[in-house]
Design a protein around this ligand. Structure first.
Ligand code: NAG
Ligand code: NAG
Ligand code: NAG
Length: 366
């Protein structure tokens, strides 16, 4: 009897252990019944149609050939990281703030525009201009809410919103393009970081508490850079060391800024995501992940090694695209394919590259 009741109690404690495991939903299947409102600030890496809406600048086929089956203004064959992150929360893709046709802004807005940088500060569509657009968006929305226009973001929505920033790549790229020396490029980094700091603080001062900040990728691995620059400093994976070092220093500054702001703005969630490590791993270990030719553009002109020609870029007459369905990393010499973006998104969602390791659905409101 004793041994029987002993095993019974063992069994019931086993059950007690088991029950919470059965009840807890698997993290991947976790539901986001009320996704957060999302506001995004950035460049082409997260532009979901802002350039086309704002300037009428054409982004032609074969951009968008995967998934959307039409050009949407995204510089990719398909979805961007931000699209895949939105999808993970079961929320719609973000409408570009400047898109006046067919857009709805009930789940947030995307201020990102191709080519944007933090500096110069007062040039469209710098981070600062995007921020000013957001402040206008917020003021106008709250004004409309009080007049009883339903289904708009209210004050609480703005407070609980997730504010995403993905900027810096063009600041570094433009500095190299202006023939600044490596030392001069590095000297500009603190002022770029200051702009991002100002952006976070401004959003915080306006009630924002949740921030999701991407660092910048290894721009020295981009076919465009590799084809334009004299290649005296290639790293073991064939990327430009100076470009990647500058990106690394910028990222170090950004990581430090997030650390500093976490102690300064104590009631804020500030998540820093190491996109660089994810992308560099994908390029260095492309074969292992089922990808090929990580330094060659799918869509471009000129063939190997980079298939990039500044006079015949993707979508322009004379350019050609690789076979649809091929698992390549780079789309047009600068931007990633949907396949690569999906790889990046899965790594971002794993939280392994985040500091702190906050899940993306942490910001769901139920
Ligand atoms: C996603 O949203 C749709 C409606 O927008 C809903 O029917 C569905 O249950 C949601 N799925 C999850 C996993 O939350
Ligand atoms: C940078 O240097 C290259 C090569 O020396 C030159 O062709 C180009 O015009 C220079 N660009 C600027 C902005 O000075
Ligand atoms: C490539 O993969 C190996 C083994 O998984 C890993 O140790 C290494 O850090 C990866 N390289 C990069 C650049 O992430």
């Amino acid at each position: 009897m004793v041994s029987h009741s002993h095993s019974l109690s063992q069994f019931s404690s086993f059950l007690l252990l088991l029950v919470p495991l059965l009840v807890l939903p698997h993290p991947v299947l976790s539901q986001c019944k009320r996704p957060p409102v999302i506001f995004n600030f950035g460049d082409s890496n997260s532009d979901t149609g802002g350039l086309v809406a704002g300037l009428g600048f054409p982004v032609d086929w074969p951009n968008g050939r995967t998934f959307f089956r039409r050009s949407t203004g995204r510089l990719s064959d398909g979805r961007l990281l931000i699209d895949l992150l939105c999808q993970s929360l079961n929320t719609s893709y973000l409408s570009p703030y400047l898109d006046s046709l067919g857009s709805k802004f009930t789940n947030g807005a995307n201020f990102a525009v191709v080519g944007s940088s933090t500096l110069p500060k007062y040039v469209p569509f710098s981070l600062n201009i995007q921020l000013m657009q957001f402040l206008r968006f917020k003021a106008r929305t709250l004004e409309l809410v009080t007049t009883g226009l339903g289904n708009m973001i209210n004050d609480e929505g703005f407070q609980n919103a997730l504010y995403m920033i993905d900027m810096g790549q063009n600041d570094i790229a433009d500095s190299f393009l202006k023939n600044l020396t490596y030392a001069e490029v590095v000297k500009r980094i603190p002022s770029i970081i200051t702009e991002i700091k100002n952006a976070v603080k401004t959003l915080y001062d306006h009630g924002g508490r949740n921030f999701w900040i991407h660092n910048t990728g290894p721009l020295g691995c981009l076919p465009q850079k590799l084809s334009l620059v004299e290649k005296e400093d290639l790293d073991p994976h064939g990327c430009l060391s100076t470009y990647n070092s500058a990106a690394g220093l910028f990222n170090e500054g950004l990581r430090h800024l997030c650390l500093e702001m976490r102690s300064e703005l104590r009631d804020a969630n500030i998540v820093y995501v190491d996109i660089y490590a994810i992308k560099y791993d994908l390029i260095a270990n492309s074969t292992q992940y089922g990808f090929s030719s990580p330094l060659m553009a799918c869509c471009g002109n000129g063939g190997p090694p980079y298939n990039y020609n500044i006079r015949v870029t993707c979508g322009h007459p004379g350019s050609q695209a690789c076979e649809e369905g091929s698992k390549v990393v780079n789309w047009d010499g600068i931007h990633y394919t949907e396949a690569a973006n999906s790889f990046v998104a899965s790594k971002v969602l794993s939280t392994a590259y985040s500091t702190p390791r906050t899940t993306f659905d942490f910001f769901c409101r139920g």
